[in-house]
Design a protein around this ligand. Sequence first.
Ligand SMILES: NC(=O)c1ccc[n+]([C@@H]2O[C@H](COP(=O)([O-])OP(=O)(O)OC[C@H]3O[C@@H](n4cnc5c(N)ncnc54)[C@H](O)[C@@H]3O)[C@@H](O)[C@H]2O)c1
Length: 381
Amino acid sequence: MAKKKLNVGLIGYGFMGRTHSNAYCKVGHFFDVPYEPVLRVVCGLEEKVAKAFAEQWGYESYTTDWHKVIEDDKVDVVDICVPNNVHAEIAIAAAKAGKAIVCEKPLALNGVQGKKMVDAIEKAGVANLVSFNYRRVPAVTLAKMLIDEGRLGRIFHYRANFLQDWTISTKVPQGGMGTWRLDVKAAGSGVTGDLLAHCIDTAMWQNGPIGSVCAMTETFVKERMHVETGKVEAVGIDDACTFFCRFDNGSLGNFESTRYARGHKALYTFEINGEHASIAWDLHDLHRLSYFDHRDESIVRGWRSVHVTDSDMPYMGNWWVPGLQIGYEHTFVHQAADFLVNLAKGKPTSPTFREALATQYVCDAVLASAKEKKWKKVKKA
Ligand SMILES: NC(=O)c1ccc[n+]([C@@H]2O[C@H](COP(=O)([O-])OP(=O)(O)OC[C@H]3O[C@@H](n4cnc5c(N)ncnc54)[C@H](O)[C@@H]3O)[C@@H](O)[C@H]2O)c1
């Protein structure tokens, strides 16, 4: 039977525009989803690039004005893959137009703006999802399952890192495609909103809410050329951030992110220590979950490296045969699959805008703590 078509309007043809387009193209081939995504229109700043992107990925049309995507009656889902400072305006307009919305992370520039977005989508009652994709790495989902089953017992420690090294050169500019991340007006913050937001989302999903934080940040390169103005301008983002926190369940958290860790490209790691067992995961070896269980017989007790490929592992029954791996782009396919299945059932897909607002509030508290040099309570979303 022919599936109902779901017309997608994609805004932003950059890095994330590609991952999301790829997911819409693949999802129906690997997952039993109730809709057939149709690539209706793509939008980006440069007409030539938008046209080429539409041709390459099979979008029916292209535009340089995102309002046209919202005004298109045929568009069912607006997918927001633009820099952080444009999320709110588009999401609020899309909600008013009754569109389902997928929005890239972080939700907004800050919690105040994020709250306006949550109010708009909840008032409109539209389906919504924020793209914290690392939750949908099968090994990360497995970690969540093991915690929920109580295998770790009481959790004492949660530590996470997200390390990169691409902004060490003073010649890297701020502003423009990709490097908008270094411009505080476009990004809202530096590593806190860009990288730690991922760690915070995963951590709160696995280990519950964070109640209070104590942080320090640093901006190592104080001035950079701005691509749009052509002038050397002050850098307003945090280049590095380290924070401690207390989770509401009594466990302690320790988070670090930097773009100055020479040798690391995208090293996202977490380790969780519980009363009975510990779990560790590493994005550079994303298909393995390290697990230690103190209840094992002592003569064979030790860290196991679970290769998460068997068909009973999260999402893996939809891919190849046991032993064969998948990778980064598949997290977006999983996200699209969950979103489409839940959309048909009228159920929310996590993380919703409200859940992403909780992450935004942690980021706000982290930045405020670093500025004021004191512990800060996290606002509840
Ligand atoms: N989930 C993840 O792991 C992940 C990874 C990278 C980026 N992101 C998020 O995705 C978003 C986009 O990041 P990116 O790396 O794809 O950026 P990018 O620089 O590669 O692409 C940005 C795109 O936005 C378009 N754009 C900018 N302003 C616009 C406007 N006013 N109207 C229409 N189009 C506009 C540009 O033309 C470009 O196509 C950001 O919010 C970022 O934080 C998430």
